[in-house]
Write a protein that binds this ligand. Structure first.
Ligand code: BGC
Ligand code: CA
Length: 347
């Protein structure tokens, strides 16, 4: 029976690909009436990435009619596999897409994608996971849209500094004048992991704070991994943790869950994240999370859209990225704490 269903699947696939091919023939006949933008995501289930994609879809719905062309946005999920992502890019190239947007699975492996796109003369917009500079220089029709990682780290440091100084007696649990902290990192090698981890501590040092690291580990941008790390650290350090730095919000929320469900914690530490997702805003409102730094998914989606549409229509990119020769668009951040949360949520 298994064999039978396999044969059926193969037949089904053949039929489907014939349909796709014939559709494509139609599409390429009407190429001038259509703009096709292919978007491959490193993982569709990543909260922040799914927020960029839903913003892009929204922008496309609102602006699609401004052009006399049908605009097709095709999202595909690479499911954390470089091989899947390579195949998805190949397919976009074969189907003659106008622009390809890539949220890299492995940010050090952009060269193959760039070289293939270059030989097909299809521009590529990388986003959120930044290729190394050497790869960005392989061709002039490649762009990067992301956030200003150093600024997010510095704003995290500001939040910690303000909160610490507002109630030093409470937060400096061992009264040694230093900040005992743990650091929950995103995926190793991701530019936001490296830069956020380094600069939040650097910024606090520059402000004159002394810090002592109790522990530091990756939770790969994931809440459940952060939760188990935090549980482990609470077992190890008990109530000695004074600040929890997290490279993103979902991991900060995982840590807060561990803090709230652990009776070893008598005074809650300061907890800071990055992204500004809905759940983090709710957590700040009930004073669980101290603060976060908004990484503007809507502005990033808008930049991807503007660059893609201009490229597809042969319009200059100067308005979007400053100068024709510029390749980077990095969106600034805003910090959120209980002090400004109402202003921001009313926006
Ligand atoms: C975000 C994370 C996200 C990651 C994905 C980062 O900029 O802060 O929440 O998981 O990008 O690449
Ligand atoms: Ca201390």
């Amino acid at each position: 029976m298994k064999k039978g269903s396999k044969i059926f699947n193969v037949l089904g696939l053949m039929l489907m690909s014939t349909l796709i091919v014939s559709c494509n023939e139609n599409i390429s006949n009407n190429k001038n009436d259509e703009i096709k933008i292919g978007i491959t995501l490193y993982r569709q289930d990543d909260t922040f990435i799914s927020s960029i994609s839903s913003n892009l879809e929204e922008i496309s719905k609102e602006n699609g009619d401004n052009f006399n062309k049908n605009i097709v946005l095709e999202f595909v999920d690479a499911k954390a596999s470089t091989i899947n992502q390579g195949n998805q890019v190949d397919k976009f190239i074969k189907q003659d897409y106008d622009v390809i947007c890539v949220n890299l699975v492995d940010r050090t492996a952009a060269a193959t994608i760039i070289d293939k796109a270059k030989s097909a003369n299809i521009p590529v917009i990388f986003f959120n996971r930044e290729p190394v500079e050497e790869d960005m220089n392989r061709w002039d029709k490649i762009y990067y849209v992301g956030a200003q990682a150093e600024q997010s780290a510095r704003l995290q440091a500001d939040i910690v500094a303000e909160e610490w100084l507002s109630n030093k007696n409470y937060y400096d649990k061992n009264k040694d004048g230093k900040i005992q902290y743990v650091m929950i990192e995103g995926e190793p090698g991701h530019q936001d992991t490296l830069i956020r981890t380094e600069y939040c501590i650097k910024a606090l040092n520059e402000m004159g704070f002394q810090l002592e690291k109790l522990a530091d580990d990756t939770a790969n941008w994931q809440s459940d991994q952060a939760n188990s790390k935090m549980n482990q650290w609470i077992k190890e350090f008990g109530d000695d943790i004074e600040v929890v730095f997290s490279n993103n919000d979902v991991m900060a929320l995982g840590a807060i869950y561990a803090i709230n469900s652990n009776s070893n914690i008598i005074r809650k530490p300061i907890v800071v994240g990055v992204d500004g997702i809905k759940e983090a805003i709710e957590s700040i409102k009930i004073r669980d999370m101290t603060g976060t730094v908004i990484s503007d998914a809507n502005a990033q989606a808008q930049a991807i859209w503007d660059i893609a549409i201009n490229l597809a229509n042969g319009i200059s990119l100067e308005d979007v990225i400053g100068s024709e020769r510029e390749k980077y668009k990095k969106i600034p951040h805003t910090k959120v704490t209980i002090d400004n949360i109402n202003e921001l949520s009313n926006e």
